[in-house]
Design a protein around this ligand. Sequence first.
Ligand code: RB5
Length: 154
Amino acid sequence: MARVIALGADHGGFPLKLSMAPWLESQGYQVLDMGAHSLDPADDYPDFAAAVAQAVVSGQAERGIVICGSGVGASVVANKIPGIRASVCHDLYSARQGVEHDELNVLSLGARVVGLELAQQLIAEFLDARFTGEERHVRRLAKINAIEQNSRQG
Ligand code: RB5
């Protein structure tokens, strides 16, 4: 069965999202398109980044990709959803290692920063990588989860 990847972008990321969706499908993934569905210069990245993050935590999608102009705003939003570990990764090492060590589940890209080819390679690294499950990484994730729990309790 195809792996389901949630994809979302605001106007800053829209042109890249347009080409990434068919490319992901050509790589054998099923794309869950969380918008934007058309280019609207007045739209807001929190709407799409939150929708992608929710799709991942609900289990509708295995991982998520959010795209805005810089990647920064979308990653900030995605990280507000408990259970999400999102980061901007504009280098191949981080895109892979973020999953292997930190169990990154949302990749954030800046369409005004990376081109089409690099974006494809970053996504390929991110989706190909697996969490290693090494004790030190599990220990650190437990600390992240504890911080998240504590901040939710106020
Ligand atoms: C939108 O113009 C831009 O601010 C947004 O896409 C993103 O780069 C924010 O981090």
